[in-house]
Design a protein around this ligand. Sequence first.
Ligand code: TXA
Ligand code: MG
Length: 324
Amino acid sequence: MDLPSLPENQLADEAQCRQAAELLRDAQVVAIPTETVYGLAARADQDTAVASIYALKNRPTFNPLIIHCATLDQAATVGLFDERAKAVAHAFWPGPLTLVLPLHPSANISRLATAGLGTVGVRVPAHPLARAIIAACDVPLAAPSANPSEAISPTSAAQVISGFRGRPGPALVVNGGSCEHGLESTIIDLSGPQALLLRPGSITPEMLEPLLPTLSLAEPGSIITAPGQMKRHYAPTHTHVRLNARHVESTEALLAFGPTPLEGAKMTLNLSPKGDLREAAAHLFAYLHELDQPEFSAIAVMSIPEQGLGLAIHDRLTRAAARS
Ligand code: TXA
Ligand code: MG
């Protein structure tokens, strides 16, 4: 990818947001920051624009994309909201939550973006730059995470750039700093009577419970409803991940959690020395990215409690560890 390297602290200004919106309107692909992870965005109403996303990511075309809107009103032109969906959207948008809804019969969305399904995943992100860019485009944007397929989701502009080094990449990477949450949005399926959690994230089942008391966890293998929830995902490219480590080899990198990290690793990064799951989630992809080096025989990961946000962290780590 032919892009100048971005100083981490040089955040995009209004002029760059305008430039991003112009490129997007012109059917180009632009990497934009969101509060979850960086997205590889293109206008959702044009097949050629959406096809460029799939091509850059080398993504299987049956895997539908999330449609990003500036407001709930715009989202209501894309998906059909029942009272339940409206209540959830009012409570959590803008924010890190995607709703899978029946596709609006007159939605102006490329069939490629929804992979031909009768449902659509839609969200209103909270990141001010994402919102400004979508609003300036005046069309919803399709945006998967801004990484080549199966690789780790980027949580900084620098990671987007390094992910596409040596291969075709987006026309522009908008630098919005480090992502606040660092984990992709929670996905819930409200297209049928039974609310289903398709992907855990920062909006936890506990937070959704008051509005969705019967929310149930979709089986991790139930690929029919969540085509993108492939078992192997987020895989490091230069080494592999070893979960629930109780000891660590001197050739391994350690992804630690909590106040007493294991000793003896070649390199250690601690997701949260104080054992805070929110902090751990925000660091997860950045640290996996940093430890993904051929000099390590593996990335050993200490066990992480599987409650609340720990569920989402666990989900991503299990996929990162899958060998096939
Ligand atoms: O936080 C996020 O959601 C980030 C940022 C960029 O917004 N985006 C993201 O997109 O994680 P992606 O493409 O990496 O993951 C989208 C997931 C996939 O697992 C896909 O299968 C699922 O959403 N999805 C999209 N539309 C769906 C639908 N109609 N039914 C079921 N799953 C759907
Ligand atoms: Mg992804």
